[in-house]
Design a protein around this ligand. Structure first.
Ligand code: ATP
Ligand code: ZN
Length: 287
């Protein structure tokens, strides 16, 4: 009998928390105690949720205290933990960048030779500078990196950026991108076969949700003599469904289009004579 439980570590309170919880909820997983205790068992899936600081997640997963975890790739690389990255989750997108006071003139990566750089990402920065053959003074601090240049602590910073507004409001400009990051699902390298099976079930649900989010269901009316032309524009899951309309010269076509290709296809469909185009979100998609 399979009575094992998969223990998943997510961030207790921070930028990843809400999306991580949403992901589990989108997978139909309900938690026993709504309030965030350290540990929260699911009621309808063999899963237990551990709420931790994101920096602790790689080590917990490596050690097997948690079986899987959700965290930013930036933290994963910084902590250098021996875990498997199982799936990119597409949220918490940001980049780790080098920035300097906005009035300084940036001369390229050699600019950093001999400079003092404040960061909470010493390991990633050390590796980057070594690859570029640059010797700089890394000043490791644990927070508020962006104020380091204005208080004279460093000449530049290596910090996370999403919109760039925090840098800007601290009089800094982004000059090099070291790493692009997003949230990922990681797993312990020695999961038991039972836990692997639970993880596979969880991945199946996450992928169904991801596929649904990337696609739209499209319905349209087409003159019968244009069906071939219009079908060629609709790369559905297999091929479009075609239903007769009461007006015998027209049919209704149903298909699935990718979110990205969406506007491009709409214009082409209209040009080919499609009318009454409806685009509907998909809840789950099993491919
Ligand atoms: P904790 O208390 O858990 O250690 P934290 O302060 O280290 O939290 P958050 O600021 O909540 O972490 O960020 C968590 C993750 O969100 C980051 O590691 C990164 O992957 C992602 N992220 C996305 N955009 C940004 C951003 N603009 N600034 C910082 N982190 C971002
Ligand atoms: Zn952290």
């Amino acid at each position: 009998m399979n009575n094992e439980i998969l223990r998943i570590a997510i961030q207790k309170s921070g930028r990843l928390t809400e999306k991580s919880m949403q992901l589990l909820s989108d997978c139909g997983i309900q938690l026993q105690n709504g309030k965030r205790k350290l540990l929260s068992p699911a009621t309808n899936f063999p899963l237990e949720i551990y709420f931790l600081r994101d920096d602790d997640i790689p080590q917990y997963v490596e050690d097997g205290v948690a079986d899987v975890g959700i965290l930013g790739e930036n933290v994963l690389l910084e902590e250098q933990a021996q875990v498997n990255t199982v799936l990119e989750l597409g949220f918490a997108q940001c980049r780790l960048s080098l920035a300097i006071p906005k009035n300084e003139i940036y001369t390229g990566v050699d600019y950093w030779e001999g400079k003092k750089i404040a960061t909470t990402y010493s390991n990633i920065l050390k590796k980057y500078l070594a690859e570029k053959n640059i010797k700089a003074d890394i000043h490791a601090i644990s927070g508020s990196v962006e104020i380091a240049p204005s208080i004279g602590l460093a000449e530049g910073v290596c910090d996370l950026v999403s919109t760039g507004s925090t840098l800007l409001s601290n009089g800094l400009k982004e000059v090099e991108v070291i790493l692009k990051s997003q949230a990922v699902l990681v797993a312990n390298q020695q999961l038991s076969p039972q836990k692997q099976q639970i993880l596979a079930q969880l991945l199946f649900r996450i992928r169904a949700k991801q596929a649904a989010a990337n696609n739209k269901y499209i319905l349209l009316n087409a003159p019968n003599d244009k069906i071939d032309e219009i079908c060629a524009l609709l790369p559905g899951m297999k091929s479009p469904s075609i239903l007769p309309l009461r007006n015998s010269n027209w049919s209704s076509l149903h298909s699935v289009v990718q979110e990205q290709a969406f506007w491009d296809i709409i214009d082409k469909l209209k040009a080919a004579g499609a009318e009454g185009i409806l685009v509907i979100p998909i809840e789950k998609m099993i491919v």
